[in-house]
Design a protein around this ligand. Structure first.
Ligand SMILES: C[S@@+](CC[C@H](N)C(=O)[O-])C[C@H]1O[C@@H](n2cnc3c(N)ncnc32)[C@H](O)[C@@H]1O
Length: 224
């Protein structure tokens, strides 16, 4: 069996991401924190007991998930065991596994999937969402964050990133349709990441802009 694709990128993931970003746009850590902050805002103060970072990779978001949800048990799942070695260093207290049978034993209040689904072949995406849906505790929510293919800067970074060579972006409309097909009955969504770090002071405007298809990313919040 061939190795998971991201095993080959695990050691250089941060460097590749940094090199793909136009200079001055902000560090990749800023973008990871930004998404977790938005997740906390969307949860409206509700403290999850157990959170899964689905496709956690080298653990870029896990330290922020642990920080923002300090009372929660944080889990990370990824198909790439090499990436999980780096995630273990980034978030020593997180529970990590590349074995779905282990993850399946748990129920999660929040499942967070950041920039994972464009690496899953289109035919398998709804199935992967369905598998996540089955792990949600009653009232639990899945938050999908994805690149907005209509944003020119996003396209530029995507085209320059070696690990995106085989990936395929999809639109917010397609993500919403996938949510429906995966059996989620409730869904809210919006565009996000309008402001790079130098313009972080404008972030307060973001809730007014969520309908504008110009954000670098979008999110879909799904629940049953
Ligand atoms: C671009 S990285 C994103 C990693 C992390 N979520 C982040 O924001 O830095 C995509 C990750 O998705 C993982 N991945 C790809 N297919 C997957 C699948 N079917 N299930 C879980 N993870 C998957 C890859 O191994 C890789 O670590």
């Amino acid at each position: 069996m061939s190795k998971p694709e991201f095993d080959q990128y695990a050691a250089d993931y941060d460097r590749m991401l940094k090199e793909a970003m136009p200079s001055g746009l902000g560090e990749s850590d800023y973008f990871a924190e930004y998404k977790v902050k938005l997740l906390a805002r969307l949860l409206g103060g509700v403290a999850p007991r157990r959170v899964l970072d689905f496709g956690c990779g080298a653990g870029r978001s896990l330290p922020y998930l642990s920080q923002f949800f300090s009372g929660a048990e944080c889990w990370g799942y990824d198909v790439s065991p090499e990436s999980l070695k780096f995630a273990a260093q980034a978030a020593p207290r997180a529970r990590l596994s590349c074995d779905w049978d282990v993850i399946e034993q748990q129920q999660f209040d929040v499942i967070f999937a950041a920039n994972v689904f464009h690496h899953i072949v289109p035919a398998d995406r709804v199935g992967a969402l369905e598998r996540c849906r089955r792990l949600l505790a009653p009232g639990g929510k899945l938050f999908l964050f994805e690149h907005n293919p209509f944003n020119p800067l996003t396209r530029r970074v995507f085209e320059r990133c070696p690990f995106d060579a085989d990936a395929e972006m999809f639109s917010l409309g397609q993500a919403r349709e996938m949510s429906r097909q995966a059996g989620f009955s409730q869904e809210t969504h919006g565009y996000t990441l309008f402001f790079p770090k130098p313009l972080a002071w404008l972030r307060g405007l973001e809730p007014l802009l969520t309908r504008l298809p110009l954000g670098a990313q979008y999110y879909v919040q799904m629940a049953s």
